[in-house]
Design a protein around this ligand. Structure first.
Ligand code: SF4
Length: 171
């Protein structure tokens, strides 16, 4: 381990208690890779304690807001914060399956990326992602935590239009 361990995570990554891992850990594994438990999860409980031989000497956890409390305040978009980043919606999305993740040019790709990115970055520049969808609903159907993804893509389009970023064409 490094001497100083710094964790950077969005505020939505916090779960009520260690006990809740009994639900979230297998949920992530099953919907992400089809396994009962993932091989890429690690439990770290803090810095090395007196008498312990392994672990960092110092540990810091930085919780990022970066637009997330705005999503929380929005009754329609807050459910997107339930996401556990399992990736099931990406694998089910016909657009993602054809263009891949890099094309979205942002940290979070696929249906959930198209939903949350315009709220984590300026809507004006990222509203186009909400149109990267056929609205087939595959993403909503497979979502591990039942986020209404295709409806939220429509909500983003609505919010962009209301904000004057996507004016309707003049006939
Ligand atoms: S939106 Fe649902 S399916 Fe997509 S990554 Fe998040 S939890 Fe998984």
């Amino acid at each position: 381990m490094p001497k100083t361990h710094i964790v950077i995570a969005g505020i939505e990554k916090v779960i009520p208690s260690m006990t809740d891992l009994a639900l979230f850990w297998p949920l992530l594994a099953t919907f992400g890779t089809g396994q009962r438990i993932t091989s890429y999860s690690t439990i770290i409980t803090g810095p090395k304690q007196p008498g312990e031989t392994d672990g960092p000497e110092e540990m810091y956890v930085l919780l990022l807001d970066n637009g997330r409390t705005n999503m929380l305040a929005n009754e329609k978009t807050r459910e997107a914060l339930y996401c556990i980043r399992c990736g099931a919606c990406l694998n089910a999305c016909p657009v993602y399956k054809n263009i891949g993740g890099h094309t979205y040019n942002t940290t979070y790709s696929g249906p959930i990326g198209s939903v949350i990115t315009p709220h984590l970055k300026p809507m004006k520049e990222w509203k186009h992602l909400s149109h990267a969808s056929s609205l087939c609903g595959n993403c909503t159907e497979v979502c591990a935590v039942k986020i209404n993804l295709h409806e939220l893509l429509l909500e983003n389009r609505h919010e962009a239009q209301q904000a004057g970023y996507a004016p309707l064409p003049k006939l």
